[in-house]
Design a protein around this ligand. Sequence first.
Ligand SMILES: [Zn+2]
Length: 248
Amino acid sequence: MEAHNITSSVVVAKALGFAPDGVPAGKPCACAMCGLTIQPGDMSAPFAVGVNFMDDLSLASRGSDVICGHCAPLISAKGLMASGYGAFGANGAFPFRKWADIASALLEPPEPPFVMVYATANNQHMAWRAPVNFSREAYRVRVGLRDLLIRRSILTGAVDACRVLGEAGGYSTAGKKTLPNPFVMLSSDLKEPEHGRFKRMGSAFFEAGGPELKDAFELVQQLTLGETWALRFVLTPDAGKSNSTTSE
Ligand SMILES: [Zn+2]
């Protein structure tokens, strides 16, 4: 199989239209941050970070003293701001802040190779250490410091499973933007420990029974953390104007 000399920084910088920055490298080396192989003549810059840099453990090539021309613009103040939230693919950069935008990117990812990131802190370094995806059917999103797996067909099926379980459990949509679901809460930044916890169901839920309920329960139980995170957005189709990190 062909080896890909591609990293998340290449994907994100290209999608944002950032030209490689720095000076032509004199010898072959590897980018300290994303690990890209740098050939003589490729743009590169010194690896120089401030005392506040806390991400040493994420460095792909800790011994290297250079970074690639794609990482260089991404770690500028402007680059960090532009790459904290986004779905970045071969066909461009897509917004990933409003819940409706996030939902549509999760359900219809960009053209591979693509990268999805969702920062959970200000000026968080996201782009250079995110996973690169080559499949739109099973892909990973970087949320804060975590890389989360999403299987698209499971996510799509989970919407209906959530409805079945939520309705059987007496979920009322009155005053809520979120579609029926069986969870105590769904958190957009995963900071709440209650995220994805199953609600305590009343006797009506168990009396409802039936194969539909059983199938729905089985599907929801096998959801990954990435898929329950994705449900926060996918189950809230009308929250398009909200940047809010609170639920419901
Ligand atoms: Zn790099």
